[in-house]
Design a protein around this ligand. Sequence first.
Ligand code: SAH
Ligand code: SF4
Length: 378
Amino acid sequence: MSQSAHAQHFAPPDARSDGRLNLIGLSRAELEAEVAGMGEPAFRAKQLWQWLYHHGAEDFEAMTSLSKAFRERLGEYYVATRPGVAVHSKSVDGTQKWLLAFTDGNEAEAVHIPESDRGTLCVSSQVGCTLTCRFCHTGTQRLVRNLSPGEIVGQVMLARDALEEWPSPKADRQLTNIVMMGMGEPLYNFDNVAQALRIVMDPHGMAIGRRRITLSTSGVVPMMERCGAELGVNLAVSLHAVTDELRDELVPLNRKYPIAGLLRACREYPGVHNARRITFEYVMLKGVNDSDTDARALARLLKDIPAKVNLIPFNPWPGSAYECSSPERIERFADLLAAANLSAPVRAPRGRDIMAACGQLKSESERKRKTERDAAAG
Ligand code: SAH
Ligand code: SF4
């Protein structure tokens, strides 16, 4: 399916659904055009931007540097709202998950993972995913559409609301990093993801730098160059297998973009050098991709790429066909990579008690609908 066909079929709903336009997610140029359309001078757009993204203001009344008349007119035509929250859960380990409810009733998830030296927000790019990786729960969800820029930026704003991180703090942030590793394939929704990330990176707003943002792709090769050139964010690639035969099965997109071409695009990723390595994600599946031979082959494949490997313990979900490798196997696999000078931290699963871990994200409503279907089918 071509990119444009994707965009058409999976377009988000109109942001004007309540009659007023949501300003969250408009690019700087779009916001300037709205302000100019109201007959206001250009510097008002800059002030408004700072209220929205530096102070996190939702209510125009609070924007006290703007004239009362302008604030009133803003309230008549616009809103500055975040996605609705259907469920907010907090894990015993401090991980928080939001099940977001969008205006058209669709849902997606965002997860905040606090650590001693950082706090990472895992952001969704689509409702569901059109790809069908065999080990991924999101890939079994039927309903799919792209998220709009506002729905993507809104996830970051919502987390900052909950963490009470307004105005944007310079230091000691609880939300320091963003990973596009929630639901969906971000490079199948590149334009909206790019617009959202530009807003998130803007130094006069949330000011989260590109070095603190990582976009994870299952390997949409033709879009990788643009991602590096236009956004300059870190790249993570979901590799998961060292042969095309196995990767065809685990990550069906491999049939379209096999390993050799994927690794070539990694070598050519703009800005890739030793200080900014590409992360290769590798889900540990017992007896499937976790042998010593696999580890050695992985090290060979990556030997001329500035790379690190993220070994992800497989997170099982109801009905999944795989088991997670044993801790000893994972350790051995990591040791073999280390022996070949590949750093391979094992990503400790977080928020397991609230189903917040990688690949488990699937909307509640979809789960409920499936339960109902199953019940009806008897
Ligand atoms: N679609 C993108 C980003 C979202 S998935 C991608 O595939 O890269 C984020 C990461 O979680 C990917 O590496 C994905 O392969 C991994 N993942 C999916 N299901 C998983 C599961 N059940 N257990 C562990 N990791 C999983
Ligand atoms: Fe989609 Fe990523 Fe899940 Fe594959 S692993 S189905 S690309 S979300």
